[in-house]
Design a protein around this ligand. Structure first.
Ligand code: MG
Ligand code: MG
Length: 629
């Protein structure tokens, strides 16, 4: 099956959209009527642009409110169709998408509708045009693909077929088994969209919340398997209406779209028993965060290293060729890179003291890089000194690097290969990286979620909303390779706010773009870790006394327990799995901070405490507009 996209999925004017579609590697496109109308040149010019870009025009759409009309309105509908055929001839499009009628004036009845399509088919045949009938989920009489197929079947014209749209079918939960009754050559096009599960009317859900496969909750795998059973070999075309995509540049969205289809097609081929040679390397679990790399300069290095030392990290290695150090505590490895050249340095110039790279441990790093490459990620080539490792990496969506490291190859010895031991013994207060929290513009969140889901075997709890003093922050978690006891794997929290006044938005402004806002580090004994940190001069985010009064009232904790948590500025939560403790370091220069957690079987991220934490951080932050230094 080939990949395609409808111009309505992208922002910009038609020319920009077509350029973006071609640049993402698509070879076919659906032209949306509104895009054509807004184009300053004639349809023949659009035909020429598409030909230049190597884009086949799959379809012209949509043609609305056609079937089931009576009297003069029926005659007018046919007149309108004839005018579209003229336009399509000039455009070089041979398929017209007719979506089911939503007009209250439309009549129903399969035979009446079939007669309309038979006549439309005969008229279209004279012009070399085919007609594809699509059942909208909110169609007046036809809102089910089984009914649109019945109308098409009764019309009995070879140039009249159905168009299947995953959203319209799966939003209603229509059964998929009947699809196999449709001959493959009568399915003229398949449109693909995912969507988050939302309890709202079909029209608004479809117009504003459609997203790329893998970004939402629809069971597209089941659709693809049912479609596969028909023998369909035509195009899979993305038709996405989404407010976020309209706010984002067309190139990034087109690339995400192609990536999502390639990933979905690969999943389908794998389930269908395709040979390994025809498949991408499979999604791998991200087994752990192998290291976190910070870009710093000489002045913020001292602040960061002061925090690390107070947390009980030890500086165990000195980089063999760069001005960088390796700090460890338990299974947490942090690289502090103050080199004056290379990726970290340029990242620091743009973003200030920040996380410039994450290294994820996977079973086979080269295979994960190959999957990333096949999913159109750009491999990163960094400068490596003699004898140093060339670690596979891609640019993550926020511009930071994501390294892939495995224990099976020489990459597993990165710490010994690239760092000279200082003789210091690793710290023991912290055990592992619990999660990495990334903040981004609202429009970017779906890109990041797709990035993780397309590369790694993962799962996600439902989207959460957190109230910040400046507005609402949406938070999507992606967990990969997390075993049942919750003590391994990699967890990513993707946060976005549409309000300019939230801490998330301020972070974006201060750091000039998306990035890692906090890294949560796990401890076996958080109280002891916090005491040690304080004794060493570390500063924690002060939590208001009201929080602890409330905690005493709602939690089954003793007064002494609550008093102890209060004295340590530790917040508490519990879920079915167990209890959770969390504390926060104060932010480095109003940007990055560490979260410290103790997870006793707890599966969440402390969402009930997030509002109090965000308010506490907002109080500490310097007033907006004050200079950084
Ligand atoms: Mg559609
Ligand atoms: Mg967190």
């Amino acid at each position: 099956m080939k990949t395609a996209i409808a111009t309505v999925s992208l922002s910009g004017v038609l020319r920009e959209k077509l350029d973006a579609v071609a640049a993402a590697g698509f070879r076919a496109v659906e032209i949306f009527e509104a895009d054509l109308i807004a184009h300053p040149g004639p349809p023949s010019e659009v035909k020429a642009i598409c030909a230049d870009l190597g884009l086949q025009i799959l379809c012209f759409q949509p043609f609305r409110d056609f079937e089931g009309m009576t009297g003069e309105r029926r005659a007018k509908a046919f007149d309108r169709a004839e005018r579209k055929f003229d336009l399509m001839t000039e455009l070089g499009a041979d398929l017209l998408l007719v979506c089911s009628n939503v007009s209250p004036d439309a009549q129903g009845g399969a035979d009446r509708l079939a007669a309309d399509f038979a006549e439309l088919g005969d008229r279209a045949a004279k012009r070399g045009v085919r007609i594809g009938y699509e059942a909208l989920a909110w169609g007046r009489h036809v809102n089910d693909y089984r009914d649109s197929w019945e109308v098409v079947r009764r019309a009995g014209r070879a140039n009249v077929g159905v168009i299947l749209d995953t959203f319209h079918i799966q939003a209603r939960g229509t059964e998929l088994g009947s699809m196999r009754a449709i001959p493959a050559d009568r399915i003229f096009l398949v449109q693909v969209a995912d969507a988050p599960r939302l309890d709202m009317d079909y029209l608004n859900w479809s117009r504003h919340y459609r997203c790329m496969p893998g970004q939402g909750d629809l069971p597209l795998d089941a659709f693809m398997d049912a479609l596969g059973a028909t023998g369909y070999a035509g195009a899979l075309s993305l038709e996405i209406f989404n407010d976020r995509f309209r706010a984002d540049g067309p190139r990034a969205v087109a690339l995400d779209g192609r990536r999502s289809l390639l990933s979905m097609l690969d999943d389908h081929a794998r389930r269908s028993g395709a040979p390994a040679s025809a498949l991408m390397p499979a999604r791998a679990p991200a087994e752990d965060v192998e290291f976190v790399e910070f870009a710093v300069d000489d002045s913020d290095r001292a602040a960061l290293e002061g925090i690390l030392a107070a947390l009980g990290f030890a500086r165990v290695g000195r980089h063999r060729s760069k001005d960088a150090a390796l700090w460890t505590s338990g299974g947490v490895r942090i690289v502090v890179n103050a080199d004056k050249e290379g990726f970290a340095h340029s990242f620091h110039v743009t973003h200030g003291a920040s996380v410039c790279a994450l290294a994820l441990r996977v079973p086979d790093a080269r295979a994960t890089l190959e999957r990333a490459r096949l999913l159109l990620e750009t491999p990163h080539r960094g400068a490596t000194g003699p004898g140093e490792l060339d670690v596979p990496a891609v640019r993550g969506p926020g511009g930071g690097l994501v390294y892939f490291i495995d224990r099976a190859s020489a990459l597993g010895r990165w710490a010994d290969t690239d760092f000279e031991p200082t003789g210091e013994k690793a710290g023991t207060t912290l055990t592992r990286v619990d999660h990495v929290s990334q903040t981004m513009r609202h429009e970017e969140t779906l890109t990041w979620v797709l990035f993780y889901r397309a590369l790694f075997r993962s799962s996600s709890p439902p989207l959460a909303e957190v109230v910040d003093p400046g507005g609402v922050v949406q938070s999507q978690v992606v967990e990969s390779g997390v075993p049942d006891d919750g003590r391994g794997g990699a967890r990513f929290v993707v946060n976005a706010s549409q309000s300019a006044r939230t801490m998330s938005s301020r972070f974006l402004e201060e750091s000039f773009g998306s990035g890692v806002q906090h890294v949560a580090l796990a401890a076996d004994d958080l109280r002891a870790t916090v005491r040690r940190f304080r004794a060493a001069g570390g500063r924690l985010l002060p939590i208001p006394a009201n929080y602890y009064d409330d905690l005493a009232a709602r939690a089954d904790l003793s007064e002494a327990d609550v008093a102890e948590l209060k004295s340590l500025d530790i917040m508490w939560d519990r879920d079915a799995g167990g209890a959770f403790l969390q504390a926060y370091t104060v932010a480095l220069d109003d940007g990055f901070f560490f979260e410290l957690v103790q997870r006793d079987g707890y599966r969440g991220y402390g969402a009930p405490n997030a509002g109090v934490r965000l308010a506490a951080q907002a109080r500490l932050a310097r007033p907006a507009g004050m200079p950084r230094h």
